[in-house]
Write a protein that binds this ligand. Structure first.
Ligand SMILES: *Cc1c(COP(=O)(O)O)cnc(C)c1O
Length: 386
């Protein structure tokens, strides 16, 4: 059931009509691997739960509706979703990717798919010339992340998609940081949207999941073929938890964004902070573009600690409300040190080239009270490194 309407209405209702057999308002968790058939090949659209499951189907329709796409396909993790997109390419194909991206994405591109003969070039996608120069006749995909992780760079999705399409190169956007509430890549011209639904979509740090959304029928067929052939699908309970998550996505994002802006302003005035990366700050180089292509600026902040590596590591372990942990997008605030945690898979020289220094701290700002979060950071920043 592809419900129309504004975002919050779609979030609560799309894909989730009451269960016809009982009237259950919430989509049941269909813990079944198989489905009875009336006669061979005659069934209700469900044969085997790797291929289709009603709880997963509700989630797929819900996420498609939230992204303004026609088709949603869900996976067991964000990495499984990303791998499904790249698995649909052939040996010899070339991919141009942004150069500031999730460490696991960089790893699967360079350490897994490269071995199968797919080549990757990493460029600064905030620079349209750099993107155009990297495209060649073998390029079969342009991979964007915006805002990027962890430096929150903003790429102009509409402009870059147009340039890529002039060379017949389809565009995929990892929309994990923005969520469909803050940014709709398909409406800006992208062909595919990818999510780690582990993050804001789930929103409660209790489930790992991924999704691909598209309005292009041939892409849908290709990705669905991989989904069913490879089988990295989410289970029905995971799908249920994610459906519960999307219902409050807009409310949570409003608070994440509000808190993050307050914290970014606090940090930018703090003497121990050398630089703050948050697209909501006027000083951020992607601020105007973010204002245009996003509803608000998100809940992620990175900042450079003036006193370097040891001091940054120490600071990251001194917070009491912010938990020191990988991941992001949950209701609780997290603090991380990308160089030793989320981005340790990227060689140090590569990291430094991109501006990801050893003194960088990343925050996933939760929905707690902003004043409590600020005083927690304030006390942690005050602690001296030995
Ligand atoms: C976490 C993350 C991924 C990977 O998703 P998993 O669910 O952890 O497999 C991909 N892209 C971004 C931007 C992420 O933050």
């Amino acid at each position: 059931m592809l419900i129309k309407g504004k975002f919050t209405t779609r979030a609560v209702h799309a894909g989730q009509k009451p269960d016809p057999s009982t009237g259950s308002v919430m989509t049941p968790v269909y813990l079944t691997s198989t489905y009875v058939q009336e006669s061979p090949g005659v069934h209700k659209g469900f044969e085997y739960s790797r291929t289709q499951n009603p709880t997963r189907k509700a989630l797929e329709e819900n996420l498609a509706a939230l992204e303004g796409g026609d088709y949603g396909l869900c996976f067991a993790s964000g990495m499984a979703a990303i791998s499904a997109v790249i698995s649909s390419l052939n040996c010899g194909d070339h991919v141009v990717s942004g150069n500031d991206l999730y460490g696991g994405t960089y790893r699967v591109f360079t350490k897994v798919f490269k071995r199968y003969g797919i080549s990757f070039d990493f460029v600064d996608t905030t620079d349209p010339d750099a993107v155009v120069q990297a495209l060649n006749p073998k390029t079969k995909l342009l991979w964007l992340e915006t805002p990027t992780n962890p430096l929150l760079n903003i790429t102009d999705i509409a402009k870059i998609s147009k340039l890529a399409h002039e060379k017949n190169v389809p565009v995929a956007v990892d929309n994990t940081f923005a969520t469909p509430y803050l940014q709709e890549p398909l409406s800006l011209g992208a062909d595919l949207v990818v999510h780690s639904s582990t993050k804001y979509i789930g929103g409660h740090s209790d489930v790992v999941g991924g999704a691909v959304i598209t309005s292009d029928k041939s892409w849908r067929e290709r990705i669905q073929f991989i989904q069913n052939s490879v089988g990295a699908v989410p289970g029905p309970l995971d799908s249920f938890l994610l459906l519960r998550g999307t219902k409050t996505l807009a409310l949570r994002m409003d608070r994440h964004c509000e808190n993050a802006l307050k914290i970014a302003r606090f940090l930018s005035k703090h003497p121990k902070v050398a630089k703050v990366y948050y697209p909501g700050l006027e000083s951020h180089k992607g601020h105007l573009l973010a204002k245009e292509q996003m509803r608000a600026f998100g809940g992620m902040i990175s900042f450079e600690f003036a006193e370097g590596f040891e001091a940054a590591k120490k600071m990251a372990s001194q917070t009491k409300v912010f938990a020191l942990a990988e991941s992001l997008g949950g209701v609780e605030s997290l603090i991380g040190h990308p160089a030793t945690m989320t981005h340790a898979a990227i060689p140090r020289e590569e990291r430094l080239k991109r501006g990801l220094t050893d003194g960088l701290i990343r925050l996933s700002v939760g929905i707690e009270d902003a004043e409590d979060l600020i005083s927690d950071l304030d006390q942690a920043l005050g602690v001296r490194a030995r």
